[in-house]
Design a protein around this ligand. Structure first.
Ligand SMILES: C[S@@+](CC[C@H](N)C(=O)[O-])C[C@H]1O[C@@H](n2cnc3c(N)ncnc32)[C@H](O)[C@@H]1O
Length: 262
């Protein structure tokens, strides 16, 4: 008998951003496989009888290789289990959910994908930043700021430097100085409003509001640490007016690094 794997997005931290479907699946699974960007409050929703397997980075060690995670999902499903593979945000947005789904498809393991609220939507909303706004941004681009090992970050800077579109950068902290420099060189005004959101939607959310030119210095001085999302564009100018979220009153906390749970 073959089980089934559900690739489930949790949203970026606040457990109340879990979808009804994600919550139902958590209650009805045999085993949950999760990594670093799943908050403790979301893990608390897993009933005591359900096994948990942590496949994120362990202190001082490398992350579990993707091939090992694929094989684990394969083994669990082959043993007939209902497996929930939990992922921060949305599994199909910079989450390697598609790589896992491709592996499952290639091995005839039944799977379903449950979208989650991606951090671009949730963190910007909790920071008071709309991704589009009439007269300020007619579109939005989601990009990674992370370069592959041994390669330089090399997107089409000119297409990213579009003042009419909001630019959301995932995984960009290590490269933010270069990103800021290249965007300015490609024509985006240095005074373009810019924000950094650390641990968005959680009790430890921090939001920096600045300009494109000052973003690297501000991020350095604030000693930002992952996970951090950058939002660049005219919509950031609304952040103070639209501020509503009080992190101190929130409950969710994102683990920075976690020991294995099992
Ligand atoms: C590997 S990607 C995973 C993205 C995820 N699948 C999503 O849809 O949000 C990790 C990056 O997402 C962003 N991110 C995820 N959760 C976040 C949070 N709570 N606050 C700020 N950024 C977050 C950061 O840019 C982080 O480096």
């Amino acid at each position: 008998m073959t089980g089934r794997v559900y690739l489930v997005g949790t949203g970026p931290g606040d457990p109340e951003l879990l979808t009804v479907k994600a919550q139902r699946l958590l209650q009805n699974s045999d085993v949950v496989v999760y990594d670093r960007l799943v908050s403790d409050e979301i893990l608390e929703q897993i009933p005591p009888g359900v096994s948990r397997i942590y496949v994120g980075k362990r202190s001082g060690r490398h992350p579990v290789p993707q091939a090992e995670i694929n094989q684990l999902l394969h083994r669990l499903a082959e043993a007939g289990h209902v497996v929930v593979r939990l992922k921060g945000g949305d599994p199909f947005v910079f989450g390697r959910g598609s790589e896992e789904a491709a592996w499952l498809a290639a091995h005839d393991i039944p799977f379903e994908v449950v979208p989650g609220i991606t951090s671009a939507s949730a963190c910007s909303a909790y920071a008071g930043i709309p991704l589009t706004h009439r007269g300020l941004a007619s579109g939005v681009q989601f990009v990674t700021g992370h370069s592959q090992a041994d390669r330089e970050l090399d997107p089409d800077w000119r297409s990213l430097a579009d003042p009419d579109k909001t630019l959301v950068i995932y995984m960009g902290l290590a490269n933010i100085a270069r990103i800021s420099r290249e965007l300015i060189a490609a024509g985006l005004p240095s005074g373009t409003p810019a924000a950094a959101i650390e641990q968005g939607t959680t009790a430890r959310q921090r939001r920096l509001l600045t300009t494109l030119a000052d973003l690297p210095r501000m991020a350095r001085e604030a000693r930002l640490a992952p996970p951090v999302l950058f939002v660049i564009g005219r919509v950031v100018s609304l952040a103070e007016t639209l501020e509503w979220f009080e992190p101190q009153a929130a409950t969710a906390v994102l683990p920075v690094e976690r020991e294995g749970h099992g």
